[in-house]
Design a protein around this ligand. Structure first.
Ligand SMILES: [Zn+2]
Length: 130
């Protein structure tokens, strides 16, 4: 299943964080196994058995991040409403799409960043332990 053209060899550096968050790429094998639901991290990588649950430490802050995004979006919604006064149906459609995208995107980006940081720290630890 390994196609040399599919993923350029990246011995240093990792795939970009946005790319990783978008596709849910495993920090070890770069397979899209991280997310088992749109914003929930799987217990482990299906491809290389990397234990995600151990790496996902800051996840308790995810709720706070969701609230923060919601507050920002509501402020933006009020601002746009006062400035442009668009029809209600347009706002309803627009903001549902924006909210879902922003919350899911934000959570994925946040969780992926944490996972990659934790994975890096773990590698460093293993290196210095030997
Ligand atoms: Zn993996």
């Amino acid at each position: 299943m390994i196609r040399p053209d599919a993923s350029p060899d990246q011995t240093e550096g990792q795939p970009g964080l946005f790319q990783a968050a978008l596709s849910g790429l495993c920090p070890r094998c770069s397979k899209p196994t991280v997310f088992e639901a749109p914003a929930r991290i799987a217990l482990k990588c299906d491809a290389c058995e990397l234990d995600y649950s151990e790496l996902e430490r800051g996840a308790r802050w995810a709720g706070l991040l969701t609230i923060l995004i919601a507050v920002l979006l509501i402020s933006a919604a009020i601002g746009i409403d006062m400035a442009l006064q668009p029809p209600f149906w347009l706002q309803a459609v627009f903001w549902s799409v924006i909210t879902i995208t922003a919350v899911l995107g934000g959570l994925r980006l946040y969780k992926t960043a944490l996972l990659y940081a934790a994975y890096d720290a773990k590698l460093e630890q293993e290196k210095s332990g030997e």
